[in-house]
Design a protein. Sequence first.
Length: 216
Amino acid sequence: MKRRKVSFRCGELKLEGEYYLPGGDGLFPAAVVCHPHPLYGGSMDNNVVRAISRALVERGMGALVFNFRGVGGSEGGFDGGRGEQDDVRSAMDWLRGQAEVDGERTGLVGYSFGATVALAVASSDERVKALALVSLPLMDRVQIEQAKSQLGNRGMPKLLVCGGEDFVVPPGAVGQVGEGVDSMEVRVIPGADHFWWGNEETVAHTVADFLRRYIG
């Protein structure tokens, strides 16, 4: 596995990230992976984000993880999910600009807050060929209906995965979101909670296997 620190621009801001690639040469599919809420300690060093990135590389795909604005060495400040959508678009620009990445096989992954931001971007960004959302917050009817609407905007393959003990996702919420949405897969992992401690490899392999099927 190849791994290096990178930086890229989002407007006037410079954001930091890390770029993972499989060994060897070739044109690889790849995905941007978005971290959880910055105001609650979320960063690209998160346990779930790292596990997913490793699992992608193990399956022959590249991964770009990065810190949203105001996190770690990334410039700027938290913007409630609005400016963070621009961060994701800029990350996708950077990833698709790498010579070893196949720009027609790029995916997007988000965890918790990162899933909310990723969904907002993917609902209108044709560059996202497959979308995986981990522990998407679905705490009330408004969030459920908004997610359902956004997921229905595009026919790309979509995965929604959460833990069976996730306190941010009430029982049955993921099923409600997935009902009637084309190209949608829903997975509930028994025993896992919102933080996935001890279940990182399970969720990482679930996401990576999904992406391998559709962009790998």
